[in-house]
Ligand binder design. Structure first.
Ligand SMILES: Nc1ncnc2c1ncn2[C@@H]1O[C@H](COP(=O)(O)OP(=O)(O)OP(=O)(O)O)[C@@H](O)[C@H]1O
Ligand SMILES: [Mg+2]
Length: 233
């Protein structure tokens, strides 16, 4: 079983004038291929900070991080950009689709960045949208779709380049509960097909769709079942 994420003793702090604020206090985490993991924690616990590090979007002061076996802690900006495009499919609370582009163009984007021809990218993107039941909306703009449809397009975009990791930050946060459950069901189906998913959320109901839950409390991680020192959860 290949290891997708290996994080060892990562510390992250922000300098605030004279003082520094430690936001991640020695985080270690391993995620194997095929896992569906939820990182569950209250507001301010460090979820977005950790997501930004896992997503190769932010640096850290101490510790080591390997993504798909590659040492992220040793990479320069160009290498980090490459990792983001090649290894990770991002899914955000607010979809982050490009408003001036059509559904099809949005999903083609990761492939065009990788140098696929326009024709090949369009063919693969259309196929992927078809699989997510969005094949009849290819020329719509994002603002001509429902929230649930926009998230399906974002999931199609995240999947189109066959990333090693799907990384989702509150993916149902902007959806009503029924539509949110549909998106979570889709995640479960994708995981059954072998996709590795890390989902960040403050909502236990949402987290309970994952196969494994890790709690984050005040910058520290606890496997579910391990005693957490805080009583707030
Ligand atoms: N750029 C920054 N400079 C200083 N402190 C920051 C910065 N970004 C975040 N923090 C602090 O780090 C802590 C963790 O923030 P983070 O955004 O990771 O929390 P979160 O778990 O994602 O919360 P939420 O659920 O509200 O999104 C917070 O106490 C926050 O105030
Ligand atoms: Mg956050």
């Amino acid at each position: 079983m290949e290891q997708v994420i290996k994080i060892e003793n990562v510390h992250k702090w922000y300098k605030m004038g004279e003082n520094s604020l430690e936001v991640l206090k020695g985080v270690s985490l391993q995620v194997d291929e095929g896992e569906f993991l939820a990182i569950l924690g209250p507001s301010g616990s460090g979820k977005s900070t950790l997501m930004n590090i896992i997503g190769c979007m932010d640096d850290f002061q101490e510790g080591q991080y390997w993504l798909a076996g590659e040492p992220v802690h040793e990479m320069n900006d160009a290498q980090l950009t490459y990792m983001r495009n090649a290894q990770i499919g991002f899914i955000f609370q607010k979809y982050h689709l490009i408003g001036k582009y059509t559904v099809l163009q949005n999903v083609m984007m990761p492939l065009l960045i990788r140098g696929y021809s326009h024709r090949k990218a369009a063919e693969i993107a259309a196929e992927r949208l078809e699989m997510l039941e969005m094949g009849n909306r290819l020329s719509h703009k994002p603002n001509e779709l429902s929230g649930g449809q926009q998230q399906r397009v974002a999931i199609a975009r995240a999947l189109v380049g066959h990333p090693k990791l799907l990384l989702a930050d509150e993916p149902t946060g902007a959806l009503d509960s029924a539509t949110g459950r549909e998106v979570l069901k889709l995640f479960e189906e994708l995981n059954e097909k072998g996709h590795t998913i890390v989902m960040i959320t403050h909502d236990l109901q949402v987290a309970s769709h994952a196969k494994r839950i890790v709690k984050i409390i005040d910058g520290e991680l606890f496997e579910e079942g391990e005693p957490a020192k805080a009583s707030s959860m």
